[in-house]
Design a protein around this ligand. Structure first.
Ligand SMILES: *[C@@H]1O[C@H](CO)[C@@H](O)[C@H](O)[C@H]1NC(C)=O
Length: 254
């Protein structure tokens, strides 16, 4: 009896420490809104030609950061003990999501529009990284949508479901665009590793060979190009090795 009592106490303490509030969910949505805008700005300011690898990796970092905030929103939504939310709370939250929705849609349209710019970078593999970011963001967003829907009162479910369908459809379009581009050769054609305007050497990979096949054919084998580097320095070292494997020692990393 005594044991049972203290166990109940411990459990209630654990529950209390993981509980969250509607206000926290609202704050998470505010953060998601800000970070989605930041990601969209980073994408639209990426130049159509002559963009740098580091700018592309900044977009990747913004996407990763946004993904964590979305996951936090899911955790906090799941952690609110009283569900469904009151009509008042649910309305505030749905309004916040409705305000983010156009920014998400813009971001997904913009990332598709910038696809040729990423594919045209001297180093291949960036579109594969963006695809991975899109898939991760889709998975996180999908979890948050489900969490919010499970907290939405019945009368507001049609609104919540319609937001979910619209956002999911935009992810389908963006991911399809990047999946389509991920197969053909991108960025590793002849001459792209040269400096200035001299075109030298044969294409390191035949047209339409996926980068993954190219990487697999190299000796010593290279890590997956979508590997998340622990530092810019490590990332630069990796790309220097790629360049060296192609016999190009004059690669400039901007
Ligand atoms: C987005 O994520 C959900 C949940 O994981 C999944 O069912 C759906 O297929 C994903 N969409 C795309 C386009 O990959």
């Amino acid at each position: 009896m005594k044991f049972k009592y203290s166990l109940a106490l411990v459990l209630s303490f654990i529950t209390a420490s993981f509980a969250s509030t509607v206000a926290e969910v609202e704050a998470d949505l505010q953060t998601i809104s800000t970070q989605t805008s930041a990601l969209d700005n980073a994408i639209t300011s990426f130049p159509n030609t002559g963009g740098s690898l580091l700018m592309a990796l900044d977009i990747h970092s913004d996407a990763v950061e946004l993904g964590s905030s979305i996951d936090q929103g899911t955790e906090d939504t799941n952690g609110v003990p009283t569900k469904p939310f009151s009509n008042t709370d649910a309305n505030v939250i749905l309004l916040a999501v409705e305000n983010i929705q156009p920014v998400i849609l813009d971001t997904l349209t913009d990332i598709v529009a910038k696809k040729p710019a990423f594919a045209g970078l001297p180093i291949g593999g960036v579109t594969a990284l963006i695809l991975q970011d899109l898939q991760n963001l889709n998975a996180s967003t999908s979890n948050l949508e489900s969490a919010l829907i499970s907290a939405t009162p019945t009368s507001l479910l049609p609104v919540a479901s319609s937001i979910k369908s619209t956002i999911d459809a935009a992810f389908v379009t963006a991911i399809a665009a990047y999946t389509a581009l991920d197969t053909p050769n991108h960025g590793n054609t002849a001459g792209q590793f040269t400096n200035g305007n001299t075109r030298r050497g044969k294409p390191p990979n035949p047209p339409n060979q996926p980068d993954s096949a190219l990487a697999a054919s190299l000796s010593p084998p290279l890590p997956d190009i979508t590997h998340v580097f622990s530092s810019t320095y490590e990332m630069q070292g990796h790309f220097r090795r790629v360049a060296k494997a192609f016999g190009k020692t004059d690669v400039t990393l901007r």
